[in-house]
Design a protein around this ligand. Structure first.
Ligand code: PLP
Length: 394
């Protein structure tokens, strides 16, 4: 629409949300669609978090909140960073936002000038690219493949850096691949980055607790990276609080201050009730949500076992988050039920229409050979979905 800004006309609609909308449409037509497209835990929130939310309403929390978050929430975040990540922050380094998505948008808006390059190890979370673009940045994908467990190396990072590189954004555990960078792998990347001191690292750790193998490590834990790394986190995934919309950063003070300034003009402080409930959520150790992680781990085994029995699906073993990201390029150039499959989008659409299963095309994540399947769904749904996919393909 020419009446709209170039900014919005050039922006892609979130592919995950678009797929969810398409699935809803088909459901309205009476089709029984199994949704494996959204990154949303199917658990309800823990009782202790619910109670804290109710308590906040009863205690009359209702007014505008400090732009960067309640002081006692910032204290809880500082304690969490210390407890879970051995990271030390002062309150002036913490900014609470309306979801980690806003934390990321703030960072792009305050750090990027027109033409600044943003390195995105691919596959990456859908929004990194469009958030960077809307802020004037130019996303630069660093390709990986299933052979390297979808992780970049020191060499590929070095090769991608130019004098215009401003920032690198990645998630570990990764949405969509489930890959997790070890301390050793991060050190190798840090050794490249120390030679380019002006590049800011945005480390999205929102899946830190949804981890099945190995240990979570943050780039900010390296002393020589701390001053230029922003850790992004939130309660959407770990506490199943997606709709409560609370995310936060631990950052160098100058970046935190800029994010607060930005947020002060755009949204003000995050929702008061959600902030109060988040204090309680974060005060509880990760052991309190282990039941969810255990369930996701069982589902990971289940879906990997079932996928291995479907021809043409090549998967890595995701170590965290709740997605598998199989390479399905085997089907490119083939005709299935009269439909030509030439891309991951064709394949994902085929699965939606012929198997009644919603997935997301890998193209949206910067990997055109794969599709993303979320296993944040019941075991019954996972089994039924894999059965329907298998039948549609044979
Ligand atoms: N970062 C990653 C990697 C995600 O997968 C998501 C949600 O899907 C977010 C950030 C956004 O989280 P929030 O709900 O806190 O905005």
């Amino acid at each position: 629409n020419p009446k709209l800004s170039n900014r919005i006309n050039e922006m892609a609609t979130s592919a995950t949300l678009a797929m969810a909308a398409k699935a809803r449409e088909l459901r309205a037509e009476g089709k029984d669609i199994i949704g494996l497209s959204l990154g949303e835990p199917d658990f309800t929130i823990p009782e202790f978090v619910k109670e804290a939310g109710v308590q906040a309403i009863q205690n009359d929390f209702h007014s505008y909140t400090p732009v960067d978050g309640y002081g006692d929430l910032k204290d809880a975040i500082i304690t969490k960073f210390k407890r879970d990540n051995k990271l030390t922050y002062t309150p002036s380094q913490i900014v609470v936002s309306t979801g980690a998505k806003q934390s990321l948008a703030n960072l792009a808006m305050v750090l990027l000038n027109d033409g600044d390059e943003v390195l995105l190890p691919a596959p990456y979370w859908v929004s990194y690219s469009d958030i960077s673009k809307v802020a004037g940045g130019i996303p630069k994908e660093i390709k990986t493949s299933i052979e390297t467990d979808f992780k970049i190396t020191a060499e590929s990072l070095q090769e991608a850096i130019t004098p215009k590189t401003k920032m690198i954004i990645y998630s570990s555990p990764c949405n969509p691949s489930g890959s997790v960078y070890s301390k050793k792998e991060l050190r190798a990347l840090a050794d490249v980055l120390v030679k380019h001191p002006d590049i800011i690292v945005v480390s999205d750790e929102i899946y830190e607790h949804i981890l099945f193998d190995g240990e979570h490590f943050s780039m900010a834990q390296f002393e020589d990276m701390y001053d230029r790394t922003v850790v992004v986190n939130g309660v959407s995934k770990a506490f199943s609080m997606t709709g409560w919309r609370i995310g936060y950063i631990g950052a160098p003070e100058w970046i935190a201050k800029a994010c607060t300034k930005m947020q002060g003009q755009v949204t003000s402080g995050a929702n008061c009730i959600a902030q109060r409930a988040t204090i309680t959520a974060l005060e509880n150790p990760p052991s309190k949500i282990k039941y969810m992680v255990d369930a996701f781990k069982d589902r990971r085994s289940l879906i990997l076992k079932l996928l291995s029995k479907i021809p043409g699906f090549k998967s890595n073993t995701p170590e965290g988050a709740f997605y598998v990201f199989p390479d399905i390029s085997y089907y490119f150039g083939k005709t299935l039920k009269g439909k030509n499959i030439n891309s991951a989008s064709d394949f994902s659409l085929f699965l939606l229409e012929e198997a009644n299963v919603a997935t997301v095309t890998g193209e949206a994540f910067g990997d055109p050979n794969c599709i993303r399947i979320s296993y944040a769904a019941s075991e019954t749904d996972i089994k039924q979905a894999m059965k329907q996919i298998k039948e549609a393909l044979t």
